[in-house]
Write a new protein. Structure first.
Ligand code: C2E
Ligand code: MG
Ligand code: MG
Ligand code: MG
Length: 292
């Protein structure tokens, strides 16, 4: 059974139980059930241009609609899925659901933007990810430009030959590659360039420093300059305040994501946001009207 962690969030996967083989076996069994009974759902979070609030893309974020425990966040089950190898099947579900959703919107006449999916290092096995993505795109008659792949900086590290080969294959297909949680790992400039990553998604820990310390701003500025010098885009993750937005505009950050823009929402709600302008203030203006 789960317990409440006191922050109003239900913790289904108690970390103190995770070492217990029986608890892990039970959770794994439940996860297999979740796959088979279609309990995994994608929510979507907009990514927008901070200058005009225009929707550029949306990130698909996985949730487990558990019959007894409600919506379980990915932090509660992705680690176990990775440790047990179930992430392969879950990753396939995510790819299929994301493509099916975009195709459904397109078929309903809704102007679609690309969707980013998160891929774990553990999913890269013998070309499975490029193969699954190619098959899903084909099945739903979608152009590769409507898919983006996010891989964490730490997953990219080291010389996992399989990951490098798969990233090259995805690039060759025309799928944009994003480095997720940038700043928390140890990638070198040469690695970023060799892997030809398209976009750096700066971890929200760095966004949180904006407006708090001069160092935070200087550090962020350095990332933006470096990314632009390497021909990469920059996304600020976890933008929560108008002050952070104003600083990011000054730094020339080209894309932002975070609760200030919108929280992740289900597919039905996302459909209603698709044609919308984000970040509007009471005067209906974006960006320029932000306090400094
Ligand atoms: P991520 O890819 O870095 O996703 C961003 C996380 O930050 C999401 O949490 C999102 O809800 C949250 N977030 C967005 N804006 C804000 C903000 O302004 N403030 C704060 N405090 N948080 C914000 P979520 O959905 O719980 O996902 C957590 C992580 O789980 C993701 O981090 C990603 O690493 C992983 N994940 C999610 N979906 C999948 C998936 O389909 N496959 C895999 N392999 N991993 C996934
Ligand atoms: Mg991500
Ligand atoms: Mg991230
Ligand atoms: Mg993360």
């Amino acid at each position: 059974a789960g317990k409440n962690d006191g922050k109003g969030q239900y913790r289904f996967f108690d970390p103190t139980l995770s070492s217990s083989l029986r608890a892990r076996a039970r959770l794994k069994h439940d996860l297999v059930d979740a796959i088979e009974h279609d309990q995994l759902v994608l929510h979507y979070q907009p990514r927008v241009d901070p200058r005009d609030g225009r929707l550029l893309s949306m990130e698909a974020l996985l949730r487990w609609r558990h019959p007894a425990h409600g919506m379980v966040p990915p932090s509660e089950f992705i680690p176990l899925a990775e440790a047990t190898g179930l992430i392969g099947r879950i990753g396939q579900v995510v790819i299929e659901k994301a493509c099916a959703q975009v195709a459904a919107w397109r078929d309903a006449g809704i102007p679609v933007v690309p969707v980013s999916i998160n891929v774990s290092a553990r999913q890269f096995r013998r070309g499975a990810v490029p193969r699954q993505l190619a098959a899903a795109l084909e099945r739903h008659r979608l152009p590769a430009a409507l898919l983006e792949v996010e891989i964490t900086e730490s997953a990219m590290m080291g010389d996992h030959d399989e990951i490098l080969a798969d990233l090259a294959a995805l690039r060759a297909m025309g799928i944009k590659l994003h480095v997720d949680d940038f700043g928390t790992g140890y990638s070198s400039l040469s690695q970023l360039q060799r892997l030809k990553m398209d976009v750096l998604k700066v971890d929200r820990a760095f966004t949180a420093e904006l407006g708090k310390s001069r160092e935070g701003r200087v550090f962020f500025q350095a990332i933006v300059s470096m990314a632009h010098a390497l021909g990469m885009g920059v996304v600020a993750e976890g933008v929560e305040t108008r002050e952070q937005l104003a600083i990011l505009l000054e730094l020339g950050c080209s894309e932002i994501q975070g609760y200030l823009v919108a929280r992740p929402v289900d597919g039905a709600a996302m459909a209603g946001l698709m044609a919308r302008r984000f970040l509007l203030d009471e005067d209906g203006r974006v960006g320029r009207s932000c306090p400094r």
